[in-house]
Ligand binder design. Structure first.
Ligand code: MD3
Ligand code: FE
Length: 213
């Protein structure tokens, strides 16, 4: 762990055991990340997936990596094939892999090699209701998330849905690492407020790096 990771000047904040916000950790690569998201989404496009209940999510998504998270009327799963293109998802670039590994390492998770990156795109009004991420096989591996563009209010609950969540503001360039006992916490994102960000306009992107298998 870096010696000054939680010094007073940093915007780093511990959320719980094994989980912390690394304020601005990705700021030196945000332009490249956004350019790569745009290039990949020309191939595997953002789509509003359906849930098992038949509702369309307000957050649009695609994946990169050897596996991707998909939801449809039959439920959730990880799949090597994009159902929209019938071909594999775009590969995880060295930039994505390096950023995820460096962030995980800062929390003491050695050699994090994700096989999936879910890319979420929020427009004003989009939200992600409280949920747990349970579809990954290796719950020992952390999840690394990167926020790009418009700020959002992240909801951090407890191990039961009924626990009222705390609220954290996530801004452009912030990275969050979640592992250990925090891996199964209920979490979500409040309705995105309107805004105009120099890098993304009226959008927020969130990358979540996962080890699905
Ligand atoms: C805490 N995404 O894609 S990232 C998701 O901002 C998701 O788009 C949100 O929740 C977003 O599933 C939040 C932070 C995050 C991701 C996975 C977690 C927090 C987590 C898994 C366990 C605990
Ligand atoms: Fe999640």
């Amino acid at each position: 762990m870096l010696p000054d990771l939680f010094s007073d000047e940093s915007r780093n904040e511990v959320l719980g055991p094994g989980a912390a916000i690394l304020g601005g950790f990705a700021l030196d690569v945000t332009d490249d990340l956004i350019a790569q998201v745009r290039a990949m989404s020309a191939f595997s496009s953002f789509r509003n997936m359906e849930t098992r209940g038949g509702k369309r999510m307000s957050v649009a998504m695609f994946n990169c990596g050897s596996l991707g998270w998909v939801s449809d009327r039959s439920g959730y799963r990880y799949d090597a094939i994009d159902p929209e293109t019938g071909t594999p998802w775009p590969a995880l670039s060295p930039l994505f892999l390096d950023l995820a590994a460096r962030a995980a390492d800062a929390l003491g998770y050695d050699d994090f090699v994700p096989d999936a990156c879910l890319v979420n795109r929020y427009i004003p009004g989009s939200r992600l209701s409280l949920h747990q991420d349970m579809d990954e096989q290796d719950h020992g591996a952390p999840i690394v998330s990167v926020s790009l563009g418009l700020p959002a209010t992240f909801l951090w609950g407890g191990l039961e849905r009924s626990i009222r969540p705390s609220r954290y503001r996530l801004v452009h360039g912030d990275v969050v690492v979640w592992g250990g006992p925090s891996r199964m916490i209920f979490h979500g994102v409040d309705e995105l407020k309107n805004g105009d960000h120099p890098a993304t306009g009226a959008l927020r992107y969130n990358l979540t790096f996962r080890k699905a298998r």
